[in-house]
Design a protein around this ligand. Structure first.
Ligand code: SAH
Length: 334
């Protein structure tokens, strides 16, 4: 074993003891899975040193890899074993998928964002999982061709349990899903099917990113299951031949914005939007950013800056025109 591997193994061991066992996760199989899956390979490279921290982390596109405790709790509530067929909604980084794949027979996972699905699939393949199946689509419809499932895990908050998911539960199967409004107090719910009846109970309070249904298929109950591959999340693009313009601004973001991964998240969002620039922690506690690029992309980034990553509380954003820096080639954390 290399020094690096034993060091990450050590950090996983600590994570399991301090964050999971101490908080009451007892299922030995779940603890073993959490000790074995290399979480640092599922976070953006710059955040690898934080991979075993007791918190969710940004993975780009305003999404997060769930806190280790939440992954362990949801997994133990599902009570899966090697015979289980599991459906996951919201693959995100693919980390939860890997934890489930350690325990279950087959894991089917749906993600609506193309680039996250691609990264998750690559990470799972690199680690050699053969029992994971990922697809791009709207998870609120479930995956009809592969139903029924012994366990369904939803990693994003919905106003109610989507009926197709309850329908796709096998007898004795369980659905674990956070219910509630975005960024508000949400409740982690467990639904269990027994014959034709479904029992429900609330487990704990929690906080997840929203489950985003595909509006086009909301109306039709006859809509097919996992959707065919769709285009990536909208990203501002210039029409061919349109005049190339550039917008450059300097931005000051105030509020609870340091120590919440604001800069690392801004870099991911800036890169996604194809911007050049940087983010820097100012000595007054604010985050200073320089943004330059396509005007629509800069505007999209400013909208992102007003929200920031999940743990940020932005109180005020100042924007001023600035001079373009031709020396910048990408988006940096400074
Ligand atoms: N368990 C994941 C959590 C990812 S966050 C991890 O630990 O990495 C939730 C994910 O749900 C996001 O990636 C988001 O894009 C996805 N999502 C939101 N609405 C969805 C929908 N209707 N169908 C499929 N995925 C959805």
């Amino acid at each position: 074993m290399t020094a690096g591997a034993s060091e990450t193994g050590e950090r996983r061991h600590l994570m399991v003891e301090e964050q999971l066992v101490r908080r009451g996760i007892r299922d030995e199989d779940v603890l073993a899975a959490m000790r074995s899956v290399p979480r640092h390979l599922f976070v953006p490279a710059g955040l690898a040193p934080e991979a075993y921290a007791d918190s969710p982390l940004p993975i780009g596109h305003g999404q997060t890899i769930s806190q280790p405790y939440m992954v362990a709790l949801m997994t133990s509530l599902l009570e899966v074993d090697v015979r289980s067929r599991v459906l996951e909604i919201g693959s995100g980084s693919g980390y939860q998928t890997a934890v489930l794949a350690e325990l279950a027979g087959e894991v089917y996972s749906i993600e609506r964002l193309v680039s996250l699905e691609e990264a998750a699939r690559a990470a799972l393949a690199r680690l050699g999982y053969h029992n994971t199946h990922t697809v791009i689509g709207d998870g609120t419809q479930g995956w009809r061709e592969e139903a029924p499932f012994d366990a369904i895990l939803v990693a994003a908050a919905a106003p109610e349990a989507p009926p197709p998911l309850l329908e796709q539960l096998a007898d004795g199967g369980r659905l674990v899903i956070p219910l509630g409004r975005p960024s508000r107090d949400q409740t982690l719910m467990v639904y269990e099917r027994n014959g034709d009846s479904i029992a429900e109970r609330s487990e704990t309070r929690c906080r997840f990113v929203p489950l985003v249904p595909d509006k086009r298929r909301e109306e039709g109950p006859a809509a097919v299951a996992a959707a065919p591959r769709k285009a990536a999340a909208p990203r501002p693009r210039r029409a061919p031949g349109e005049e190339v313009t550039m917008k450059t601004v300097s931005v000051g973001v105030h509020g609870r914005v340091q120590g919440v991964y604001y800069r690392a998240s801004a870099r991911l969002e800036g890169e996604r939007l194809g911007l050049r620039g940087w983010a820097h922690n100012a000595s007054d506690g604010s985050v200073a950013l320089h943004l330059q690029g396509d005007p629509a992309a800069v505007d999209a980034m400013l909208a992102w800056c007003r929200e920031g990553p999940p743990a940020a509380r932005v109180s005020r954003v100042e924007v001023a025109d600035a001079a373009t820096d031709e020396g910048l080639s990408g988006f940096e954390v400074r």
